[in-house]
Ligand binder design. Structure first.
Ligand code: AMP
Length: 496
């Protein structure tokens, strides 16, 4: 075996690797089961030679053993999303050109017909595995390992291909920046078809020889129970999860609140990322847990790029500085470096940057400029720290000739006493180019009108940033990662 994840697991054989609903499993269990899965997948061939293996398994030991089994057989792992409807599963299976599908019995009904229609090998995780482990191939780390489909906040999902080497770079960067140790114990509550759950939580934990405790899916009460046990050292989540945990804490009685908060106090680090962390959420969480959330910035294509420090001052509303092994620069629309304090597009160079969009060479070529990956995110450096201004396409609104950050306006609107949450978008307008529109989740009993909001907002924002139109909604449209889908928000206004 040529990739370190497996070699490192061999050094930790007797340690617990995974705790899940199925039980507790050591690194030895993981090595043994994944080797049996690899043997089954190989089915007497020497090497899967980068065949794509799509798999749909709830979070737990089976998921991890399968992912490792695919890697150890020389395949490319294509994790599917447990909450996707059939057409989206079919899209990923077809686009990745998977030749094998592995399914947990819960998903047999939806996946077996796809396998039959496409004439693919179909394996159910309840099938017996070979007792004897066959010869497994040597895997060069330059080979493709994983295809993750991008969240789809913009355009049709593309398969982001990373090699074992890319994954190794993404993981080792975080291991050193966030001080992962064998003694760490993390609670895993994130989806396992997305980089955050796969790399930052699962693979970092297993690389470090730590324990990964997996919940089959996010449930605020269960998370609080585990936190209250007081044995976790790390927690990582997206902002919407922190919002749900805050709500559950607020609804608990004072004794319970104390044990919840005490559990947080026992941890050494709590991280937020994958979407902007509203400063108010950061502050509420700080009051509850005593933790100043470490916010970081990353993307499926690049791994993590910017992070607040493990030790030292963290700034609310900022994502810190470049992580180890990562070069970051900001450029203007002509590709020139911007002056300090001037917003620009984030571009990244690092060994963690992905290899290609799967079978989309044109899209891959377009995503790079002089060897730098163009993220499509806008940011500014202030006091040596990066502040994310949003997606160039969706979050930078061009109104009356001004470039306006949707995230900045959202931060201000959230401080209004009647606003629970909001999403700001630009909608095509004959007069302004785009007009600033805000979808608002209002607190119960609110009677907020456009007029009163505008006069309130004018005291806090330049007039061209003040929403020209508002719409009260029950919930904001979100993708499975809890990220607000801005195109769907814009559509709400187009329908009005
Ligand atoms: P994904 O590839 O699904 O992880 O999405 C990556 C995108 O999420 C980035 O391109 C950013 O637009 C956004 N993102 C990730 N982390 C942050 C953050 N800390 N603040 C603001 N946006 C973020």
């Amino acid at each position: 075996m040529n990739f370190q994840l497996i070699d490192r697991a061999k050094e930790n054989e007797d340690k617990i690797a995974i705790v899940a609903t199925e039980g507790a499993f050591t690194y030895q269990n993981l090595l043994h089961t994944s080797a049996r899965i690899a043997t089954k997948l190989l089915d007497n061939v020497e090497d899967l030679q980068e065949q794509r293996v799509a798999f749909l398994i709830p979070s737990g030991f089976q998921y991890v053993a399968t992912q490792w089994g695919i890697w150890r057989a020389g395949g490319i792992a294509v994790p599917l999303c447990v909450s996707h409807p059939k057409p989206e599963l079919d899209y990923v299976i077809a686009d990745s050109g998977a030749s094998i599908i592995i399914a947990h019995p819960d998903f047999e009904a939806v996946l077996r017909p796809i396998a039959q229609e496409r004439n693919l090998r179909f394996i159910i995780t309840s099938e017996t595995l070979p007792e004897t482990i066959g010869l497994l191939p040597e895997i060069d780390i330059a080979r493709r390992a994983l295809i993750l489909y991008t969240s789809g906040t913009t355009g049709k999902p593309k398969g982001v291909v990373t090699t074992h080497q890319n994954i190794q770079a993404q993981v080792t960067s975080l291991i050193s920046a966030w001080g992962w140790k064998k003694s760490d114990r993390i609670l895993h509550v994130l989806p396992l078809h997305h980089i955050h759950g796969i790399i930052n939580v699962l693979t970092c934990a297993l690389w470090a020889g730590a324990e990964c405790h997996m919940l089959a899916k996010f449930d605020a009460q269960k998370v609080w129970h585990r936190i209250s046990d007081g044995d976790l050292t790390l927690f990582m989540a997206v902002p919407t999860i922190y919002v749900k945990l805050i709500a559950a804490w607020e609804n608990a009685d004072s004794d319970r609140q104390k044990s919840m908060s005490d559990g947080c106090a026992k941890m050494r680090l709590m991280v937020s990322g994958s979407a902007a962390l509203p400063v108010q959420v950061l502050e509420k969480w700080r009051n509850i847990s005593g933790h100043f959330l470490l916010e970081r910035y990353g993307m499926t294509e690049i791994g993590m790029a910017l992070s607040n420090p493990l030790h030292g001052e963290r700034l609310a509303g900022y994502v810190g500085k470049p992580l180890p092994q990562v070069e970051v620069r900001l450029v203007d629309d002509k590709g020139n470096l911007v002056a300090p304090g001037t917003p620009g597009e984030i571009q990244i160079k690092s060994p963690g940057v992905f290899l290609e969009y799967w079978q989309k060479s044109e899209a891959t070529a377009k995503a790079f400029r002089d060897g730098w990956f163009c993220t499509g995110d806008f940011a500014v450096v202030e006091n040596d720290n990066y502040r994310i201004l949003g997606r160039i396409s969706a979050d930078i609104i061009k109104t009356g000739g001004y470039k306006v950050s949707a995230l900045e306006i959202e931060e201000v609107l959230r401080t209004h006493s009647q606003i629970e949450d909001c999403a700001v978008v630009g909608v095509t307008d004959p007069e302004w180019g785009e007009r600033v529109c805000a979808a608002l989740v209002l607190k119960s009993g609110s009677n907020l009108t456009l007029e009163t909001l505008r006069s309130w907002a004018k005291e806090r924002l330049a007039v061209y940033k003040v929403p020209a139109q508002i719409l009260a909604v029950e919930d904001l449209p979100r993708n499975v990662m809890g990220k607000v889908t801005k195109p769907s928000v814009a559509q709400l206004f187009e329908k009005v």
